[in-house]
Unconditional design. Structure first.
Length: 302
């Protein structure tokens, strides 16, 4: 019998994080799933790690081939999926144990919903907690957010109806590297989008998530997608995009590092906040923002 959920996990050079990510899926409280892992031409030790897991758990379907890129890999996963629901998962994130049980239960109760995401616990490259994120929860707010260029669903939290993904022909290469934003807009035309008001994933942010060379392209592609969607709906496009990855300049990196430090501070993660303060000071020692964060972290007050 086919599984209830197909998990699609694209993987490229993820040796540092892949084991924790896979284990967080294999230990889910809901167990009727297949885990489709597509190794997109990794050049590190990722493949040997994947093979050891595939040998030990029959729910894993491992595909390994030359590099084709993220969009092609995601679309390949959709075609391989045997379940009526597809859960996205990235190779550096950690799913909380009840994720599949909660999301599938919600989808079973709400047939009008084509995609459900959730809040996340944001962690950094070393697994340090930064903040519980804030998201729009209902369909109308999610769509408005998307049309303003702010991706309203965190991609690796998404559980999507397989039929809906195939109806919109999956992901478009023309929309890379903002393919997920375009996906939410396309899905909103055929059903409801919802975020659950609870964290179901530890979402890792780090400089390697998206190459800094893609920063400007992502901004340009986001604007192109949103302008086109707004024109089709006869509404005015208002740019509210906030790309969370650093650009090439020291100022851009400083701004992102400082933001993450204040996230940690707001979560009372004083040591982590101090670490980010020192990172920002090393980037731009004559800017007062890093010094202020360091002072506040040390004395634990604003």
């Amino acid at each position: 019998m086919n599984p209830d959920i197909s998990v699609i996990m694209p993987v490229y050079n993820a040796e540092k994080y892949i084991s924790k990510s896979i284990e967080s899926i294999l230990t889910q409280s809901f167990t009727d799933f297949e885990l489709i892992i597509i190794n997109d031409g990794s050049t590190d030790s990722t493949l040997s790690i994947l093979e050891s897991y595939a040998d030990s758990d029959s729910r894993i379907r491992l595909v390994s081939r030359e590099n084709k890129g993220l969009v092609a890999t995601l679309n390949e996963g959709i075609q391989l999926a045997q379940a009526p629901l597809i859960a996205r998962m990235d190779a550096d994130d950690i799913a909380l144990v009840a994720r599949f049980k909660v999301q599938k239960g919600f989808m079973d109760m709400h047939p009008e919903v084509v995609c459900v995401g959730s809040r996340v616990k944001v962690i950094d490259s070393e697994g340090r907690f930064l903040i519980n994120n804030d998201l729009k929860l209902n369909h109308d707010e999610i769509v408005i957010s998307a049309l303003h260029g702010v991706s309203p669903i965190i991609h690796p939290t998404a559980m999507i109806r397989t039929g809906a993904l195939k109806k919109i022909n999956g992901y478009s290469l023309d929309n890379y590297p903002a393919e997920d934003l375009a996906l939410w807009i396309d899905l909103s035309d055929i059903g409801q989008l919802v975020n659950l008001d609870m964290p179901l994933l530890e979402y890792r942010i780090h400089d390697d998530s998206i190459s800094t060379s893609s920063h400007e392209l992502q901004l340009a592609k986001t604007e192109e997608i949103c302008k086109r969607a707004c024109e089709q709906r006869n509404i005015e496009y208002v740019m509210k995009t906030n790309i969370g990855r650093a650009g090439k300049s020291k100022q851009s990196k400083f701004d992102v590092v400082l933001r993450h430090g204040w996230w940690a501070f707001s979560s009372k993660e004083w040591r982590t906040a101090a670490i980010y303060a020192l990172k920002s000071i090393r980037l731009l020692p004559f800017k007062d923002g890093g010094w202020r964060l360091l002072f506040c972290s040390y004395f634990r007050r604003m």
